[in-house]
Design a protein around this ligand. Structure first.
Ligand code: SF4
Ligand code: SF4
Length: 388
């Protein structure tokens, strides 16, 4: 029996289908087709198992989770099970009838993603004409319906100058929280790193704007800020540590410690079709291999931050070094930190064209400069930083 605590949250990737095509999408390059998705009754059973296991928060994401016809039934069951239910959405498929049904089913929170403040640029980045206007409309309806709203702005070198206005818009829309989240460079984001990674000067300006806004909006609006690893000197505690807080279930039922883990070689990730969530969480190699600190190499093994950042991100270590058990190159103490510094130097060059996220488009994509691995994938850093 593993000595792990029960998981806090379940990230349910209900589908990889999405009408948008964001070039930094956190889904893997090889997207699951709808025929391979878990059917309704299996998701309902999974939610029951999650509640029995001790999960408290359910993050319904995708792709676009409302592309599932059964989304209201899924929310209703989660609510009956007393799971705190958060819908992470691009918002473009939610009309008034669906919103009313979701609220009636017990949905508690909506995290609505924005591609930019400028409508034309937002629609260009998302690859969906008219999307930004729909999001603005939905945000107002969400707060009118009494649901908690987080506005999530994904930022990069093509929109970073508008951070102060993004924060003002979030407040005007009635959001209780705004998340200014730099692109994380895994999966589609890694493919598009030459187009999206900001320069040091851009990053510093945006960080100063967030600091100033935190002062002026104190007590009115919570502001989360997720910075890119490439400018960090220590890594983030990815997912709160491997197999410590979160379970992630792909549309096909594969259970992983994070979105991106299926790129890691030498793992067989178990499916909810074959094993119980409890067995998977406490006993599977997939969850126990990098749990805790025993697996760590130096310099992590003797570092006093090893139970703070848990050695950073295994998928980033693999994507940039080809070895998932190495120290995350985001750490300035890591033997591979140079890879990050090279990418930062490249960010001073003119940005490249965007590669849009499409089913089938991930096959055979070229590696970005500085990437040492054969494939890349994507993952959230924290429970509240996932999805569209
Ligand atoms: S050496 Fe390892 S544990 Fe220490 S700060 Fe770097 S990644 Fe974290
Ligand atoms: S980031 Fe979200 S909205 Fe954009 S393509 Fe991916 S799932 Fe869709």
């Amino acid at each position: 029996m593993s000595n792990a605590d029960a998981p806090l949250g379940l990230i349910a990737e209900l589908t990889h289908r999405c009408p948008l095509q964001c070039p930094y999408c956190s889904n893997p390059l090889e997207l699951a087709r709808s025929a391979a998705e878990l059917p309704t009754e299996e998701w309902l059973r999974v939610f029951e198992e999650a509640a029995a296991l001790g999960v408290l928060q359910l993050h319904l994401t995708g792709g676009e989770p409302t592309a599932r016809r059964d989304i209201v039934a899924l929310v209703r069951r989660a609510s009956e099970l007393r799971l705190y239910t958060n819908l992470i959405t691009s918002g473009v498929l939610i009309d008034q009838a669906m919103l009313d049904a979701l609220a009636g089913a017990g949905l508690e929170h909506i995290q609505l993603s924005f591609q930019d403040l400028d409508p034309a640029n937002a629609d260009r980045i998302g690859g969906y004409a008219g999307g930004h206007a729909k999001k603005l409309e939905l945000a107002e309806r969400v707060t009118r319906a009494g649901l908690a709203l987080t506005a999530n702005f994904v930022v990069h070198r093509q929109n970073l100058g508008r951070v102060p206005e993004m924060i003002r818009l979030a407040e005007a829309l009635g959001a209780g929280r705004v998340e200014i989240a730099h692109v994380q460079y895994y999966g589609w984001g890694l493919v598009n790193r030459p187009a999206l990674l900001p320069t040091r000067a851009q990053l510093d300006e945006a960080t100063a704007a967030v600091d100033a806004a935190r002062e002026s909006f104190k007590g009115r609006l919570a502001i989360d800020y997720v910075v890119p690893d490439y400018y960090a000197t220590r890594p983030k505690a990815c997912m709160g540590g491997w197999g410590r807080r979160m379970l992630n279930i792909a549309p096909t039922g594969k259970v992983m410690p994070c979105h991106a883990a299926e790129i890691l070689p030498g793992f067989t990730f178990p499916s909810v079709r074959e094993a119980s969530l409890s067995d998977i969480w406490y006993h599977s190699d997939a969850f126990t291999r990098f749990r805790g600190t025993d697996w760590m190499p130096e310099p992590c093994q003797s570092c006093d931050r090893r139970e703070i950042d848990w050695g950073g991100c295994r998928c980033q270590a693999f994507a940039l070094t080809g070895d998932a058990s190495r120290t995350d190159p985001a750490c300035a103490l890591a033997p591979d930190h140079q890879v990050m510094l090279e990418a930062v130097r490249e960010s001073e060059a003119a940005p490249a064209d965007l590669v849009y996220r499409r089913i089938g488009a991930g096959t055979g994509l070229a590696k970005p400069p500085g990437s040492g691995a054969a494939s890349q994938s994507a993952m959230p850093q924290e429970a509240d930083g996932v999805g569209p």
